[in-house]
Design a protein around this ligand. Structure first.
Ligand SMILES: Cc1ncc(COP(=O)(O)O)c(C=O)c1O
Length: 359
């Protein structure tokens, strides 16, 4: 075993979670959102594991090119679309489906001379105010797109929900109503639901659902874990102990000596730190790790390459023993809440030096 952090990605859990999406939204097609290196799990490997999805969504052209280079022939949606004419030609040649969300993209399409017409998605801004056209412009933009001759079919209309993960429903209901009004006179498919909406708003499912975080077994809702929703966590992050030492009462551990042993304490040093994506702020809060299935406590600051663990309750832990930072028995949602963030950020933040393996 190499003395370094590693992530294990459970591809059976990915497939289980895809089935959970299909059970929750039986009448919809599934666009698996695998942008940002599949939320840190590995773009191509995750795409292969989720080959049963009806389409993939990525944010950027490069991510889609990597999927095509790896031989994936699925429909691929570019959630941020493209702007320059060479990118449009590339997207058309690779059968990618850009989202059209701003006037500059409409003009670029009108001026493009593409060898192959594109399939495209038209994004309506129903209240998130990030990307998309105001609802009142949807029909006009769709007409312009069809008149451009650059599209193979009418665009699929989509919107994105800002608050579907929150208990308060007013915003989501008003977004769904605005979307229904905007697209009522337009042909073609519709899409609105992210993971939270798939689970909480059946009326949002429409023709295409767009799950991201739930595919990775993580809850989109604060205060709940993936397992509470019937999901299976996909990533497990671990690293071995590289030293075990006895610190006398009064001994201080780590940079700044922020933790002091109140009695003679056995401390384990594990080879993981913020250089691997384990957040430094976890050193200033009550943070659990798992050692041989037992909970132990992180102590002192998180360094770039190491953390310290109080081994008092960890039996006879020894150098080489594996420490789990998050995984099936220690949900990433717990760590995220300790770090004041969301599971998405911890998963995406796992750095390149962490070796990822697939089981
Ligand atoms: C447009 C769009 N749809 C769907 C998703 C998936 O969201 P989630 O991971 O919350 O399911 C995202 C992710 O940010 C997105 O940007």
């Amino acid at each position: 075993m190499s003395a370094a952090a590693r992530a294990v990605v459970d591809t059976a859990a990915l497939r289980h979670n895809l089935l959970s999406v299909r059970e929750a939204a039986p009448g919809s097609r599934v666009m698996a959102v695998i942008k940002a290196n599949a939320y840190g799990h590995g773009l191509v490997e995750v795409a292969r594991a989720l080959a049963d999805a009806d389409a993939f969504a990525v944010a950027r052209l490069d991510e889609a090119v990597a999927l095509r280079d790896a031989g994936l022939a699925h429909r691929i949606v570019l959630l941020e679309g493209v702007l320059r004419s060479e990118e449009l030609s590339r997207a058309a040649a690779l059968r990618l489906e850009p989202v059209i969300h701003c006037p500059e993209q409409v003009s670029a399409l009108e001026q493009a001379s593409l060898d192959n017409p594109l399939r495209a998605w038209l994004k309506i801004d129903t209240g998130m105010h990030r990307l998309g056209f105001p609802p009142g412009e949807a029909v006009g933009v769709a007409r312009r797109l069809m008149a451009s001759g650059a599209l193979a079919k009418p665009p699929v209309c989509m919107t994105h929900l800002a608050c579907a993960d929150e208990p308060e429903e007013t915003v989501t209901r008003s977004q769904l109503a605005a979307f229904a009004g905007a697209v009522a006179d337009l042909p073609g498919d519709r899409s609105a639901a992210n993971s939270a909406a798939i689970l909480a708003y059946p009326e949002s499912h429409m023709d295409w659902v767009r799950p991201g975080i739930m595919l990775y077994g993580v809850s989109p809702f604060e205060g709940r874990c993936g397992a509470d929703l019937g999901l299976r966590p996909v990533m497990s992050l671990s690293s071995p102990l590289i030293a075990v030492k006895d610190v006398p009462a009064g001994g201080r551990v780590g940079y700044g000596g922020t933790w002091t042993a109140d009695r003679a304490t056995r401390i384990g040093i594990a080879a993981i730190g913020y250089g691997d994506g384990y957040p430094r702020c976890l050193g200033s809060t009550d943070t659990p790790v798992l050692l041989g299935g037992r909970k132990a406590q992180l102590v002192g600051r998180v360094s770039m390459d190491m953390i310290a663990i109080d081994l008092t309750d960890a039996g006879d832990a020894a150098v080489g023993d594996e420490v789990t930072l998050w995984g099936a028995d220690l949900p990433v949602e717990i760590l995220a809440s300790r770090a004041g963030t969301i599971g998405y950020e911890l998963l995406c933040g796992v750095t390149q030096r962490v070796a990822v393996s697939y089981v």
